[in-house]
Write a new protein. Structure first.
Length: 263
C-alpha cells in the first residue's frame, strides 16, 4: 500500500472524523483474542486484520480501520505495517504524539521501513520539531532504494527554512526539484523563499513553473500576485489574487487572496 506523506492532504482528508462510543466497545471486546495461539497463528491473524484495516482505510471507513488495526496489534504488537497505518491515521487526526510513537515503533521493528521514516519526519514537522525531522530524514535522503527522494529532500529543505537557515533550505529544495521537475510544492517553496529575499525575477520563474505543472495549486498565484503588485502591475496582480481565492476556497490563504483582489 502506498501512503502519501503530504501533510496538507492528510489534514484535509481526516478533519472532522469522529469515533463513536460503540467503536470503543468493539475494540475493547477484541482484547484477549490472542490467548493460547502459537506465534505463527498470531502473525497470520494479525495479517488478516491488517488487510481488513487497509481495505476499510481505502474505503475511508476510518473507525472500522482503527478497529481492525487494534485487533491486528492485539495478535502481533510488532506488526510494522499495522503500526504504520495506525500512526498515519492518527497523524491525519492531528494526534501527533501518538503518531510519532507508532512510527518510531514501526521503524524499530523494521529499520528499513523507509515510508515510516519519512512519515515520522513529517509528523515532527507538524509539531514544529524541525531539527528532529532533519535528523530523521537526512539518512533517508541517502537511501538509493527509496522511491520518492524528492519528497524527503523537500521536507529537509523546508525544515531548514523553518529553522531560519534559508541557504541550506534552498540547497535541498533545488535538489528536490531536480529529482522531480514536476514537484510543484518544492517550486512554490523555492519561489516563496526567493520572494522573501526580494529576488523577484528568480522567484517568479519557480512560481510560474509551479502554476504550469499544478494549475489548481492556489499559493503560487498569491506570490505571483505579490510580485506583480510590487512591479506596479495592479491589474495582473488582481487577476492572480482572484485565481488564488477561487482555488483556495475557505482556506486562510483564500481569504487573504480574496481581500487583496477586492472581492
Amino acid at each position: 500500500m502506498k501512503i502519501s506523506c503530504l501533510y496538507a492532504c492528510i489534514r484535509r482528508e481526516f478533519t472532522g472524523l469522529l469515533l463513536s462510543f460503540a467503536f470503543f466497545v468493539l475494540i475493547a471486546a477484541a482484547g484477549g483474542c490472542s490467548q493460547g495461539l502459537k506465534k505463527d497463528e498470531k502473525n497470520a491473524k494479525s495479517g488478516f486484520h491488517f488487510q481488513l484495516a487497509r481495505n476499510y482505510y481505502n474505503d475511508r471507513n476510518i473507525p472500522m480501520a482503527l478497529k481492525e488495526l487494534h485487533a491486528s496489534l492485539e495478535f502481533d504488537p510488532e506488526n510494522h505495517e499495522a503500526l504504520h497505518l495506525k500512526g498515519f491515521i492518527l497523524m491525519g487526526r492531528q494526534q501527533y504524539d501518538e503518531a510519532i510513537y507508532l512510527f518510531k515503533e514501526a521503524v524499530r521493528v523494521k529499520k528499513d521501513f523507509f515510508e515510516a521514516v519519512n512519515n515520522l519526519g513529517a509528523a515532527y514537522m507538524a509539531v514544529e520539531r524541525y531539527q528532529d525531522a532533519i535528523d530523521v530524514l537526512l539518512p533517508l535522503s541517502q537511501e538509493a532504494l527509496y522511491p520518492t527522494p524528492y519528497i524527503v529532500h523537500g521536507n529537509i529543505g523546508w525544515s531548514y527554512y523553518m529553522l531560519g537557515q534559508a541557504k541550506e533550505a534552498m540547497k535541498f529544495l533545488e535538489l528536490s526539484v531536480f529529482l522531480n521537475p514536476r514537484y510543484c510544492l518544492g517550486m512554490r517553496q523555492m519561489g516563496q523563499i526567493l520572494y522573501e529575499q526580494k529576488r523577484y525575477d528568480e522567484a517568479k520563474k519557480y512560481l510560474e513553473g509551479a502554476v504550469k505543472v499544478c494549475p489548481a495549486y492556489a499559493e503560487p498565484y498569491f506570490y505571483i500576485g505579490m510580485i506583480l503588485d510590487h512591479e506596479g502591475d495592479s491589474k495582473g496582480a488582481a487577476q492572480m489574487f482572484s485565481k488564488c481565492g477561487e482555488l483556495a476556497g475557505d482556506l486562510q490563504i483564500g481569504a487573504r487572496c480574496k481581500k487583496l483582489s477586492g472581492e
